[in-house]
Write a protein that binds this ligand. Structure first.
Ligand code: AHR
Length: 323
């Protein structure tokens, strides 16, 4: 009876998540942009997802004949601001910014606007006024958190003590995933986060943080790890194994990104679910820049959404993603 009630509630949660989030449609990728020079200020190379996103963007620019000036900020906002200033000095056609953190962008975005250079915000969000940039191409991180929590509520019948591995502090990806997840578990009185620590979206930090949590908490009390990305989850899986426990069974794991390695871990029975962060944002962002330069109106948000994946399709997904 109670199980049926939880399932009913879960269905409502998912419906609510689907209706209140925006379900995006992949933008058909065009091939316009030949001859444009576009600067891309990338966060860094902290995760496999980020590396794939960089490679996909570079390949798409090359395919279209776009001259992409690429700058890897290695997680430094100062380096990103310096790169954007250099792009402005070079009077290029447009700038793409994947911001490491949310705050502190108004001044440099104003400089780009004064120079007449459109800026597209990609992946993570900024708190600056939206009049300062052309558009934002991104997933809905709140929705991702809701989806992860809805799955966990179903898998545990709404009763679970959770370890949270947070992404980079100050990033919208970490903040919004946390908001979405917490909104859903708040509906289940027996679901609670017992400890939450940042692993900065990095695999070795996910491992180190989990090792320390397994020492400070009673491991038999931990029902699940909710990790803001797959890399930290993979680090946590290593730590859980080294502690003599069985990840995916003794401790459930749910994370975000859908990188090839997480499907490999699913095939090995070590993890339970991943919410996809679609790395194909390059087509919609190049298309938006070209359309804007042709005088067309552009919406302020272009969503790029993904699904949630489980072990039953892991082998198929792994084969598709590793070429
Ligand atoms: O901003 C998106 C997040 O950044 C990804 O989920 C994570 O892997 C990356 O580092």
């Amino acid at each position: 009876m109670r199980h049926r009630a939880v399932k009913g509630l879960l269905f409502s949660v998912i419906l609510w998540a689907l209706l209140s989030g925006t379900i995006g449609v992949m933008h058909a990728q065009g091939d316009e942009g030949r001859g444009l020079t576009i600067g891309f200020s990338q966060v860094g190379s902290e995760s496999d997802w980020r590396t794939a996103f960089t490679e996909i963007t570079r390949a798409e620019a090359e395919r279209r004949g776009i001259n992409l000036l690429f700058s890897n900020a290695e997680n430094s906002q100062e380096a990103q601001i310096a790169a954007i200033r250099s792009f402005i000095e070079q009077q290029i056609d447009a700038i793409i910014l994947a911001p490491v953190i949310e705050t502190g962008w108004a001044q440099i975005l104003q400089e780009a606007q004064t120079a007449g250079i459109p800026v597209v915000i990609i992946d993570r969000n900024v708190t600056a006024d939206e009049s300062l940039y052309l558009t934002r191409v991104s997933s809905d991180f709140v929705f991702e958190g809701r989806l992860a929590a809805a799955w966990l509520a179903q898998a545990t019948s709404g009763s679970c003590k959770i370890v949270e591995l947070e992404g980079t502090v100050g990033s919208s990806a970490a903040r919004d995933r946390q908001i979405g997840f917490n909104e859903v578990i708040a509906l289940f009185p027996e679901m609670q986060i017992i400890v939450s620590q940042t692993g900065d979206f990095r695999r070795p930090m996910g491992k180190a943080v989990m090792e320390s949590i397994l020492h400070t908490e009673d491991p038999s009390e931990i029902c699940a790890v909710w990790s803001h990305n797959d890399d930290m989850a993979i680090g946590a899986i290593e730590a859980i194994k080294e502690a003599g426990l069985d990840p995916g069974n003794d401790i459930l794991i749910v994370s975000v990104d859908a990188i090839p390695d997480i499907f490999k871990a699913m095939m090995d029975g070590d993890t339970n679910a991943t919410v996809e962060l679609n790395p194909y944002m390059d087509g919609p962002d190049f298309d938006a820049i070209v359309a804007h330069l042709n005088g067309e109106p552009i919406p302020k948000w272009i969503p790029v959404m993904g699904g949630i994946y489980f072990p039953d399709t892991a082998a198929e997904e792994y084969a598709i993603r590793v070429r």
